[in-house]
Each structure stands twice: as structure tokens, then as C-alpha cells.
Design a protein around this ligand. Structure first.
Ligand SMILES: C[S@@+](CC[C@H](N)C(=O)[O-])C[C@H]1O[C@@H](n2cnc3c(N)ncnc32)[C@H](O)[C@@H]1O
Length: 246
């Protein structure tokens, strides 16, 4: 996962007082190709749902395609001044890519050599359903957070306060201190429950928890810097709902 920080202010393009996407950072042919590829992937795995036995894998690819499409779409809609071709978050660091690759390999190896791990017994069915629900909850939380925070949201952590950066305490931020991280955390764990991947599930718990506990600590240092007492009061009154991150 990307934990890059950005101290350079990105100046949005303003026309008639409204921010617009910078076309040099959003080459239309690249955006169209990426969106088309994600759509094809989603469509193929949706179409194969009735055919394949282990439907969890189809649902996983559908969730993954939708997640990356929405990262760009929501940024473009609610935060147009900051949208760029990396907003799909497909280049989300080597760790992110490796984690999903390892999860896919685990899923295939278990399907081939340990098919009992992938058979839909009542217990496995219940785990897969819980996983699917977590994926849904996580995606909704992430999407709502990005749309509520709008121009205050950025995929890269800001180390310098921008003019239009306001402290967001409304919407989901009223109940969750870091709703997009909450969403990402539970979405990612949900994918591994859905896939009935015991090894990747445990690895994801450790890696995600470590990542977000570090990320939140650093992010909050800057937020206290930007918003002072107002952020301290907010931090003390709203939880993250990510276990053991307070
Ligand atoms: C990837 S966004 C994540 C936002 C938030 N941590 C969340 O999970 O919804 C990271 C940027 O959001 C900003 N940020 C985080 N919480 C914020 C808040 N409550 N209000 C305004 N900006 C916030 C940080 O300064 C950082 O540059």
C-alpha cells in the first residue's frame, strides 16, 4: 500500500470558481483504457458467476474491479481538482500488489490441492457471507468518506495544509475518525474471508493493522499541526473502529 507523503501543494485548475480536472494528469485515452479494462473484468467475472463452482473468486474480482473504478470515479466527482490517472489506486505499492497476487495464488492452490477448504459447507458458507458483508460495508464506508471529505481527501498524505483543506467532522466522520481507512481495512479482510483463504486472511490482518496504525499516527501528527485543539478534541471524542487503534 502506498504510504507516500506529499508536501507539494497541487494547484487545482479553477474555472468560474469551480475546480476542474487537469487534462495533462488525466490523459483521456489512459483513463478510458483503465476504466474499460476494469469494466471488462467485472463483466466477465459477473457473466461467469452461474458457470463456475467456486463463486467466491468471481465475487472477489468483481469487488476488486469496482473498488478501483470507484477510487477514480469518486475522486473525479467530488474532488476534481485533485483527480489524476493514479487515482484508480492501481499503483498502490508493491505490498498491495503482492498481497492480492498471493491471495489469488493461495485460492488457486487450495482449489487444486485442498478442495475441502473451498467447499461450501455450512461453516464456509457463513464465513463467505460474513466476508461479503464486510466487503459491502467497507466499500460503502470508503465511498461515503471520500465523497464527504471531498477536496480535503487526498490519496497521498498531506504534510502542508492547503488553502481548501478543512477539518471534516460531518457524515461518517461524525462516527468514525478515519472512515476511508476503516472501509479499506474491513473491505480487504472481507475479501479474504469471502475467498476462504486462511493464510492470506491472517497475513492481511497483520499487514493491514500495522500499516494503518503507523499511517494514522503520522497523519494525526499533521492534522494536529493543521487544526490544533479542534483536531485534538475531535480525536478524543471519535473512535476509528479499527481494533486496537485509538
Ligand atoms: C487518504 S485521506 C484519508 C482520510 C481519513 N484518514 C479517512 O480515513 O477517511 C488522507 C488525507 O486526509 C486528510 N484527513 C484525514 N482526516 C481528516 C479530517 N477529519 N478532515 C480533513 N482532512 C482529513 C489528511 O490530512 C490526509 O492528507
Amino acid at each position: 500500500m502506498s504510504d507516500s507523503v506529499n508536501s507539494v501543494n497541487e494547484l487545482p485548475i479553477i474555472i468560474d470558481g469551480k475546480p476542474y480536472p487537469d487534462i495533462t494528469k488525466n490523459p483521456p485515452q489512459e483513463i478510458a483504457t483503465t476504466a474499460f479494462t476494469l469494466g471488462i473484468l467485472l463483466g466477465v467475472f459477473l457473466g461467469l458467476l452461474p458457470v463456475l463452482h467456486f463463486k467466491s473468486f468471481n465475487l472477489y474480482i468483481i469487488a476488486l474491479s469496482l473498488f478501483h473504478f470507484l477510487e477514480y470515479y469518486i475522486t473525479a466527482k467530488y474532488n476534481p481538482g485533485k483527480v489524476h490517472n493514479e487515482s484508480f489506486l492501481l499503483n498502490n505499492g508493491v505490498g498491495y500488489l503482492a498481497a492480492h497476487l498471493a491471495a489469488t495464488i493461495e485460492c488457486f492452490l487450495e482449489c487444486l490441492f485442498f478442495p475441502h477448504l473451498k467447499s461450501y459447507t455450512p461453516l464456509h458458507k457463513a464465513l463467505a457471507v460474513v466476508g461479503g458483508i464486510l466487503v459491502l460495508i467497507g466499500q460503502v464506508a470508503r465511498t461515503l468518506a471520500m465523497s464527504t471529505a471531498a477536496q480535503s481527501f487526498s490519496h497521498v498524505l498531506k504534510t502542508k495544509k492547503e488553502k481548501d483543506h478543512v477539518l471534516v467532522k460531518s457524515g461518517l466522520y461524525k462516527y468514525l475518525r478515519h472512515p476511508s481507512y476503516f472501509g479499506f481495512f474491513w473491505w480487504a479482510l472481507g475479501t479474504q474471508l469471502l475467498l476462504l483463504n486462511p493464510i492470506s486472511f491472517v497475513v492481511f490482518v497483520g499487514v493491514l493493522w500495522r500499516f494503518f496504525s503507523k499511517r494514522i499516527a503520522v497523519e494525526e501528527k499533521y492534522l494536529i499541526n493543521f487544526f490544533g485543539k479542534e483536531y485534538i478534541v475531535y480525536k478524543d471524542s471519535v473512535s476509528t473502529w479499527i481494533p486496537f487503534i485509538n
